[in-house]
Write a protein that binds this ligand. Structure first.
Ligand code: NAP
Length: 417
């Protein structure tokens, strides 16, 4: 099945399979794709073992022997440091470039010098400019709100700019002082003992993110894309994000999307059938509305920092971290990943919830167009939770639930296919 690839990465042979390629920002997926995985540190080991079993069983159930995944382990984090002396070996970067759809567990962020965060490094190296976080409710999961099922959103968070760009200067440094002097020459005052962080938001960065969000809404027949921003205060960054978003919608999606202003001006506030409504909300109001009127929102396009806060707030509302999936997507590479950390105290105990990686896999299969696998896993996952078969984190909050080990939870999902 597939070609034999002679090249090795980190000294490891590539399994027999076929390469995924990208055309116009979309993956072209063969029947037996080679997919690299980074197992992840801490609980990553338990989670990956369980998740891979679920993925393989679902592919087999959906396609028999006509399709399969050639999993290829690549190293990052502690395992890479131990085996190769580096947190993120060059071989791993090359492999992720060569086989551009991959999945990863959580990684320890090395403390002290060197790479700031491996996750941030991967996003930058591969220009993964969309951080995508779908947030929906699975019946039976304990939630802090009365009607968690009303939330069903997909957050498209810009992943490369904003205060995450790393343009920061410590208080008292030569650079901070020079910048403060420069700002003074523009007639603005900044206290001399300030640390300085720069918040760059570009038209290019904003529009490529909003484009992906609108494309997603169109492809999935979703009613709206909401541009979330703090433009009432930060006019030339957050406000510009909103303006560029509307501009892009008008220029590139005139036939399929319509702005809220136009809906009111021409259609008495009723979105014409078949069009995606593009509206905007100020971030603080958005945080209220996800609690008070969650069903009015479907795709949220956000700047980087707002999206970071908003994704966790939304995830908490439907039952939390252990089952929140994520993806980082660019034009020629996509890495699907757990959104939680390495929870070292639970490592190798076979107790942790593998839901975040399993549902990240669901996103990956959807991205690959393997929708039968997506649906099999999604439905079986929902059913398993409804049967109150869950790991410790949910069991402690669900009266009458049965506590399963990580591996048993995977078995339960597979038996529900
Ligand atoms: P964490 O690993 O996410 O764990 C915090 C707590 O969240 C756990 O103690 C546990 O709570 C709960 N939790 C996390 N994952 C869970 C799962 N799969 N199932 C059930 N409960 C889960 O956060 P942290 O302790 O702040 O970070 C530890 C390390 O992870 C750090 O090195 C950090 O840099 C790294 N990290 C990596 C990523 C990433 O790779 N994407 C993301 C965040 C953090 P209870 O104890 O209450 O059960």
């Amino acid at each position: 099945m597939g070609q034999v690839i002679e090249k090795t990465f980190n000294g490891l042979k590539v399994p027999q399979g076929e390469k995924i390629t990208f055309k116009d920002g979309k993956p072209v997926v063969p029947a037996h794709p080679i997919i690299p995985f980074i197992e992840g540190d801490g609980i990553g080991r338990d989670i990956w073992r369980a998740s891979q079993r679920v993925f393989d069983a679902a592919v087999k159930k959906a396609y028999g022997d006509t399709r399969s995944i050639a999993w290829y382990e690549v190293f990052a984090g502690e395992k890479a440091k131990n085996n190769h002396g580096e947190w993120l070996p060059e071989g791993t970067i090359e492999a992720l470039k060569e086989f551009p759809v991959s999945i990863k567990g959580p990684l320890t962020t090395p403390v002290g010098g060197g790479i700031r965060s491996l996750n941030v490094a991967l996003r930058q190296i591969f220009d993964l400019y969309c951080c995508v976080r779908p947030v929906r409710y699975y019946q039976g999961v304990p939630s802090p709100v009365v009607s968690p099922e009303k939330m069903n959103v997909v957050i498209y968070r810009e992943n490369t700019e904003d205060v995450y760009a790393g343009v920061e200067f410590v208080s008292g440094s030569k650079e901070a002082k020079q910048l403060i002097d420069l700002i003074a020459s523009f007639g603005k005052t900044v206290r001399p003992d300030s640390g300085i962080g720069i918040k760059p938001i570009s038209k290019f960065g904003s529009q490529r993110l909003v484009r992906r969000a609108i494309e997603y809404a169109i492809a999935h027949n979703l009613p709206s894309v909401t541009l979330v921003h703090k433009g009432n205060i930060q006019k030339f960054t957050e406000g510009a994000f909103r303006d560029w978003g509307y501009e892009l919608a008008a220029e590139e999606f005139a036939a399929k999307a319509i702005s809220e202003d136009k809906v009111w001006a021409d259609f008495e506030g009723k979105t014409p059938a078949g069009k995606v409504l593009v509206n905007d909300r100020i971030a603080d109001s958005m945080f209220q509305q996800i609690l008070t009127r969650p069903s009015e929102y479907s795709v949220l396009a956000t700047t980087n920092l707002n999206g970071d806060y908003l994704s966790d707030a939304c995830a908490a509302q439907v039952g939390g971290l252990g089952i929140a999936p994520g993806a980082n997507i660019g034009d020629s590479c996509a890495i699907f990943e757990a959104t939680h950390g390495t929870a070292p105290k639970y490592a190798d105990k076979d107790v942790i919830n593998p839901g975040s990686v399993i549902l990240s896999g669901v996103m990956m299969f959807e991205f690959m167009g393997w929708t039968e696998v997506r649906d099999l896993i999604n439905n079986a996952f929902a059913k398993t939770i409804q049967q109150k078969l869950v790991t410790y984190d949910l069991e402690r909050l669900m009266p009458g639930a049965k506590k399963l080990k990580t591996s048993e939870f995977a078995d339960a999902i597979i038996s529900n296919f």
